[in-house]
Design a binder for this molecule. Structure first.
Ligand SMILES: NC(=O)c1ccc[n+]([C@@H]2O[C@H](COP(=O)([O-])OP(=O)(O)OC[C@H]3O[C@@H](n4cnc5c(N)ncnc54)[C@H](O)[C@@H]3O)[C@@H](O)[C@H]2O)c1
Length: 291
């Protein structure tokens, strides 16, 4: 990759931070955006001193407009745009998930992605240089999972937005390429803010949801490192891949879904996951509330 201007949302932690460090090491100009300004300031020493740090909540259109303005005034249009900021939803069944939580997750994961595209794509289209947009979806875009369905619904939307965007830009013969990153588990801080959300909106989740959350919390520290994911993302950009699979097993999920559709299989949680939920305290006896 040559010397480029890169914008990364959700850059203060996890995958975004790993990307920022790697791109900084390669000499690119960085605009790093995050809603957590304190954490963003903490990473200052880890990236090139000319990097610009922007306090930006991607769910707010005005923050995204400001992010685009700061980028334009300092570096012009970006050649790399990482639409990475995202949050996981509270673990809850579809009918127990509070409306406020649907709103929080869809505002960041779906509206946030759209906001960032709206403010940056016009300038990317008008520049001479080729450019690349990388939207972070998840394996959750390719398969559905009970008791964390809000997150999966939001990531299915990110995949649909990315596919539509790629079709639009290639129809227009634009020099803007699109990738969608679909990682499996990554050892980041993605579960850290959840307890605050539960405290804020009250615990409405049943035993099964709580058991699934415990299973996720146990497995995440053993998951792939954000550094390894960032390496695979940057290689995917060089290759011009549309789908970027950091975890090879995730690439098999569409085949499983296609076969389930063909056979008209009724959905159920994978047996291995049900077993883990029992091991983490669910009695598998239906939707009893623990509180
Ligand atoms: N960790 C995983 O297992 C995993 C798996 C698949 C996909 N993802 C996706 O990867 C992306 C990065 O997550 P991560 O795992 O590095 O988590 P993380 O929590 O470590 O990093 C996410 C960053 O995004 C920021 N952020 C949250 N809401 C924001 C908002 N409204 N505006 C701007 N910034 C915001 C957070 O402050 C944080 O710094 C997310 O889109 C997530 O859904 C993560």
């Amino acid at each position: 990759m040559d010397d480029k201007t890169a914008v990364i949302t959700g850059a203060a932690s996890g995958i975004g931070l790993a990307l920022a460090k790697k791109l900084s090491g390669q000499g690119h100009r960085l605009v790093l955006a995050d809603v957590d300004l304190g954490r963003l300031k903490d990473i200052k020493g880890a990236v090139d001193s000319k990097s610009i740090l922007v306090d930006c909540d991607v769910s707010k259109e005005s923050d995204c407009e400001e992010l685009a303005r700061v980028t334009r005034e300092n570096f012009g249009a970006p050649q790399l745009l990482f639409n990475n900021a995202g949050v996981i939803s509270r673990f809850a069944s579809t009918w127990e998930q509070p409306s406020a939580e649907w709103e929080r997750v869809l505002s960041v994961n779906v509206k946030g992605v759209a906001n960032v595209l709206r403010v940056f794509v016009p300038s990317m289209l008008s520049q001479q240089a080729s450019s690349h947009i990388i939207n972070t979806a998840s394996e959750a875009a390719l398969t559905s999972r009970g008791f964390v369905g809000t997150y999966h619904a939001s990531k299915h939307a990110v995949l649909a937005i990315s596919e539509a965007l790629a079709q639009e830009l290639s129809y227009l013969k634009a020099k803007v390429r699109v990738s969608v990153l679909c990682p499996g588990g990554v050892n980041t801080g993605v579960l850290d803010g959840l307890s605050d959300e539960v405290e804020r909106t009250g615990d409405a989740s049943g035993k099964a949801s709580q058991a699934l959350e415990r299973a996720y919390r146990k497995s995440l520290p053993k998951a792939m490192s954000p550094d390894d994911v960032a390496d695979r993302v940057l290689q995917g950009v060089v290759n011009g891949d549309f789908y970027i699979f950091s975890h090879p097993e995730v690439a098999l999920l569409p085949e499983l879904r296609a076969s389930a559709v063909k056979e008209n299989e009724y959905p159920s949680l994978p047996a291995g996951l049900q077993q883990q939920m029992v091991e983490h305290g669910d009695d598998a006896n239906g939707p009893t509330r623990s509180s």
